[in-house]
Write a protein that binds this ligand. Structure first.
Ligand SMILES: NC(=O)c1ccc[n+]([C@@H]2O[C@H](COP(=O)([O-])OP(=O)(O)OC[C@H]3O[C@@H](n4cnc5c(N)ncnc54)[C@H](O)[C@@H]3O)[C@@H](O)[C@H]2O)c1
Ligand SMILES: Nc1nc(=O)c(N)c(NC[C@H](O)[C@H](O)[C@H](O)COP(=O)(O)O)[nH]1
Length: 291
């Protein structure tokens, strides 16, 4: 079924501006407001990192593992697609790739400027980055992100993995649309494992992303990825943008709830410089992790 047009107004764009990476005029032609940027300058060796996701009132991202659940209404969905035009890369974990068969492109309506007298946005597409240490994602040439890349509606994915020699057939599919595998080493603190797999260090992932010339990345999830970046690796996050939908998904959902790794008597993370923006029935909460 055809998707409804996604419009995001100039006024709403302006309100988000302090929470976004600085516009890079060399790589984009869209015009953006000159609002003051609240965020600290990112270390140049790493990209600007935005953590963005949609949650229910009981902190769930989806009804259950492997299930894609729509939480955002049309206006906050349009915001997410606007965010995609404002980042060089978009990242998900392999759990999300398997559950969602995602497109990871921006489907924001580019005619908004002319039809509604607001700022125009170019069809800037983010580079999809998928974290798949053991190459669990059984993608094919028909997977949505590959198809969109072939059709010129999005960019081909880069898959970050621990595998040094990915299967030739997968390499052919990926490289055939302009993507590639990026092989990294496991994190040093090898006892910490995700799903029995050696962990990739987020600093190493982000550094590899920056080395690809990508200066900003929005990380959309899923829960394992978000929980690690709100926990021990929170110092790597520049901006957090959460869509809160007025719904309870109930027990058994995939939830955002980072582990208490340090002092059990203290919250794991808190947002400062917050801005709450109602969008349709949802509210969007922007802020940065208090240091
Ligand atoms: N509502 C939203 O905004 C939103 C966003 C994204 C995903 N989702 C949902 O979340 C669910 C998927 O979440 P999830 O937690 O199962 O999967 P996930 O997408 O967080 O992927 C987890 C996997 O990624 C890999 N991984 C992540 N970080 C790693 C690291 N540092 N080192 C090595 N490997 C790493 C591991 O293989 C791990 O098993 C799906 O149902 C999806 O629809 C919702
Ligand atoms: N903003 C937002 N609202 C939602 O209601 C919802 N379910 C997601 N989910 C995000 C998500 O699970 C992954 O980022 C997708 O996998 C991207 O998929 P698309 O590119 O949209 O096809 N995100």
């Amino acid at each position: 079924m055809a998707e409804a047009p996604l419009y995001f107004s100039a006024a709403d764009r302006q309100r988000l501006e302090p929470h976004l990476p600085p516009p890079q005029t060399s790589s984009r032609t869209s015009s953006h407001s000159q609002a003051t940027d609240l965020s600290p300058p990112s270390c140049s060796a790493l990209p600007f990192v935005s953590l963005t996701f949609a949650t229910s009132l009981d902190s769930a991202l989806s009804l259950g593992p492997g299930i894609r659940t729509t939480l955002s209404g049309p206006q906050s969905k349009a915001m997410t697609h606007y965010l995609r035009t404002r980042h060089d890369a978009i990242c998900v974990g392999v759990g999300t790739a398997i559950a969602d068969d995602p497109g990871l492109n921006s489907r924001l309506d580019t005619d908004e400027g002319s039809s509604r007298n607001t700022v125009s946005v170019t069809a800037h597409q983010p580079r999809p980055i998928i974290i798949d240490p053991r190459l669990r994602w059984d993608f094919t040439a028909q997977s949505k992100v590959m198809r969109l890349a072939r059709e010129g509606k999005g960019l081909a994915p880069y898959i970050v993995t621990l595998q040094k020699e990915p299967p030739v057939q997968k390499k052919e599919i990926l490289e055939g649309v302009g993507g590639k595998f990026i092989s990294l080493n496991a994190a040093h603190d090898d006892e910490e494992k995700i799903g029995g797999t050696r962990r990739l260090d987020w600093r190493a992932i982000l550094s590899a992303v920056r080395q690809e010339g990508l200066r900003s990345i929005m990380i959309e999830g899923g829960a394992e990825v978000i929980n690690s970046l709100l926990g021990e690796e929170a110092n790597l996050v520049d901006s957090v943008i959460v869509t809160i939908a007025p719904v309870w998904l109930g027990r058994g959902g995939v939830t955002v709830s980072p582990p208490r790794t340090h002092n059990v008597n203290r919250p794991v993370a808190r947002l400062s410089d917050t801005m709450w923006m109602p969008l349709g029935d949802d509210v969007v909460l922007c802020g940065r992790i208090a240091r």
